[in-house]
Design a protein around this ligand. Sequence first.
Ligand code: COA
Length: 334
Amino acid sequence: MKQLGAGIAITGSGSATPAVSLDNHALSKIVDTSDEWIRTRTGIESRHLAKAEESLTDLAVASASAAIAQAGITPEDLDLIILATSTADDLFGSASKIQANLGATRAVAFDLTAACSGFIFGLVTGAQFIRTGAYQNVLLIGADILSRWLDWSDRTTCVLFGDGAGAVVMQASATEDDSLLGFELRSDGKQNDCLKLSYRSGSQELTSNVSVGSGSYRPITMNGREVYRFAVQKVPEAIEKALFRANLNTEEVDWLLLHQANQRILDSVADRLKIPQDKVLSNLASYGNTSAASIPIALDEAVRAGKIKPGHVIAASGFGAGLTWGVAIFKWGR
Ligand code: COA
């Protein structure tokens, strides 16, 4: 009999994006930019934006429900929920609310913050709980509403991002059927200043000699050129390393699934790895950069379109603020 416990199967995906979208032409009326500039520099044509009353929790729950249904399990089957996000509705975390709204009564839930690498970091984290035999059914959600944190007068950042959520279900499988074939996770805090959504402290005096911080978060700031340089150098290296660990070569990869930041980054990484364009998943024209949500949204679209089939090998990589970057090489389905 096959032993459950050490292997991982990724058995369901789902995604949800806000109904409202804003195309480059409409954006050029708000900020000094143009459709031509945004399309040629990034490949982005439009982005979905959450209304003020739309919550990250609602988007996350919608994507999670679809993933749970596709996996053929119920919320009560879940042991663990990981929410990868940098834009929780509540700084204490939004995963518990998602757990309650899903009715995942048995599951423990927590947030994980690693910006645009969050989904990959979450995938590897969730996999460890399955590999140790502690948990059988793990829900991983990548969700972000970065539109809340943009300076909409800063054309160097606001044109790039959009909102959304994507989710996968990971389940225990036989050791010999393990679908997580290799991974590589990295951080370089020396480059932290390149991309930030940082707390700006004011000061509040409590007594004559005790004062505490009292501030807010300032909008996203970014050194676009440095982030670009970082991505095109570090991501191919990390993919090669993870493929080596998986004992696979690039020809054995069915789909290259990169964080959807910029089409030029996707093209450059694929070129360096000599992976042909028809194996590169790209949907950023419609969504922009949705941070932790971008990989699972693109994954879910490709699964539902019948492009990704059970047994296909996917090389997925997230990269972004921290700076952080990560790769997971995995097989889709059981
Ligand atoms: N519309 C029109 N012009 C713009 C603009 C916009 N939205 N944003 C910047 N510009 C201008 C700049 O002011 C600059 O003008 P100047 O030459 O007169 O000074 C010019 O365009 C070129 O700017 P530059 O920053 O050199 O452009 P670029 O070719 O490096 O492209 C990015 C900028 C942001 C698209 C690119 O650097 C990038 O994609 N970086 C990675 C960012 C990213 O993905 N971040 C998230 C990672 S998770």
